[in-house]
Structures are given as structure tokens and as C-alpha cells.
Design a protein around this ligand. Structure first.
Ligand code: M1P
Length: 245
């Protein structure tokens, strides 16, 4: 049988995979990544919205990416055509917002910095410490959460109550919530449907069940059209790229 050659499409989560959580990419990593990108088809797939991606990635990298899937792939920017390909809408139910506000009130964490429920295209992001938290507060909450498992327990309660929603721990301080299926697997599906003979290669730091990279990994596995790499951070991502691709 004449097997058609498969084309590699590289998909990268951002926070914890190419950068530290919510941080600008390390300048030396930028140089390594930029030279690796030459001749490759590269996409970013993040839980964050576009504004945050632009804060974390230099134009030099963004210009070499073919596209950016933001807000759990609920919004897709085609960089080559410089346009939004799709953007999903979702109005979270009032009882969900009510529950989130109650978690906020009842949380035993002592500092609340503001912007606790962030509305993004097709999803919301919930954080007890709040998106206004600076680096020190982020670190403090993250350490506290590791001990008290607050995010994990809120996520379990929400998953049981709202079976039509995906509730996933995204980065360091928050939880991503979206309608079931409206998760990062929308990115792998888009590649599959729009690119010929795609071999999808995904890198993420939260590929485990309950992490916000899990669904895209599952989708690649089920469709047997690629691989995923669970990484511990940017260093490991770049090492794998240089050794394997
Ligand atoms: O991209 C990963 C996550 O980055 C941020 O997480 P946190 O603020 O908790 O570190 C958020 O933008 C989150 O939505 C996103 O999944």
C-alpha cells in the first residue's frame, strides 16, 4: 500500500510549557525556540485569552506561529491570514456564578486580590486569590493550595453538580470552566479537519486527568493521529524538541 507522508503539526500549551506560569518567555528560550521553529508548523493552545498570550510571547515567535488557540481553544486566530477564524460564546448559568461566589466567601484563604471570575470567549476562569494577585500572592496561594487542595475540591464539587461542564485546573491559581467538549481538544479537531494527513504533536504540563491539557491528549490518543508530551516546564520542552524533532 502506498502510504501518504504525514505532515507534522506542533501544538504547544503556553504557561508551564513554554513559559513559567503567566510569565514572559525566558529570552534564551526565545532564541532556541525561534531557531527550532524554522520550517515547522507551530500553533499555541492556551487556556488564557489573547491579551495574556501577547504579554507572554514576543512578536518574533507569534509571527512564526501559524495560529493561536486561546481561551481553551474557544477562540482561534489565524496568524497567516491575520483574522479570527472562530470565537465561541457562552453565558455561564446564574447558579454556577452563585456557587463560585459562595466558594469565594467560604474559602479559608486569607487574601482576596480581585477579579475572581474572569469571563473569556466560551469559558470562565475562577480564582479564589483572584487574577489581580501579583507574583508573591500567586506563589503564596499556590503553596497554600498544594497543602489544602482547595482547587481540587472545588473542581470535584462542580464536576459532580454540573455534569455538562468541563472543570479543570489550569495554571497556578485558578480553575478553567467551559461547556463539556469546548476544551483544548477543539484545537486538535480543527487541525484534523483542516490539514491533510496531519500528525499532531502536542506539548503540555497538565496532560493528566483533571488538568486542562487532558482533553486534547485524549483526543489525539483516540484518533491515533499523533503523540503528546507531558513536560515539567520550558526546559524539558526545549530538550525534547532538540532531541526528537
Ligand atoms: O494557560 C494556563 C492557565 O494560565 C492561567 O492560569 P493561572 O492564572 O491559574 O496561573 C489562566 O489564564 C488559566 O486560564 C490558564 O488555563
Amino acid at each position: 500500500m502506498n502510504e501518504q507522508a504525514r505532515n507534522n503539526f506542533f501544538l504547544f500549551d503556553v504557561d508551564g510549557t513554554l513559559t513559567s506560569p503567566r510569565k514572559y518567555i525566558d529570552p534564551s528560550d526565545t532564541i532556541v525556540f525561534l531557531s527550532w521553529m524554522v520550517g515547522k508548523s507551530v500553533y499555541l493552545v492556551t487556556g488564557s485569552d489573547r491579551k495574556k498570550v501577547m504579554q507572554q510571547m514576543p512578536m518574533s515567535i507569534l509571527a512564526r506561529c501559524e495560529g493561536v488557540f486561546c481561551s481553551m481553544a474557544n477562540q482561534f486566530f489565524d496568524n497567516k491570514r491575520d483574522c479570527i477564524v472562530y470565537s465561541n460564546d457562552w453565558s455561564p448559568p446564574a447558579n454556577l456564578l452563585n456557587d463560585l461566589n459562595n466558594f469565594l466567601l467560604k474559602s479559608e484563604y486569607d487574601t482576596k486580590c480581585g477579579n475572581h471570575i474572569e469571563h473569556r470567549p466560551g469559558m470562565i476562569n475562577f480564582s479564589v486569590v483572584g487574577r489581580e494577585a501579583g507574583d508573591t500572592e500567586r506563589g503564596r496561594y499556590s503553596d497554600w493550595d498544594k497543602l489544602h487542595k482547595e482547587r481540587a475540591s472545588i473542581a470535584t464539587i462542580l464536576r459532580n453538580k454540573y455534569q455538562d461542564l468541563d472543570v479543570n485546573i489550569g495554571g497556578q491559581i485558578s480553575i478553567d470552566i467551559n461547556p463539556k467538549g469546548a476544551n483544548k481538544s477543539q484545537a486538535s479537531k480543527w487541525i484534523r479537519e483542516n490539514k491533510e494527513n496531519a500528525n499532531i504533536i502536542f506539548f503540555g504540563d497538565k496532560c493528566f486527568k483533571g488538568g486542562n491539557d487532558y482533553d486534547i491528549c485524549l483526543d489525539i490518543q483516540r484518533n491515533k493521529d499523533g503523540v503528546f508530551w507531558q513536560v515539567s516546564g520550558p526546559r524539558e520542552t526545549l530538550e525534547i524538541l532538540q532531541e526528537q524533532y
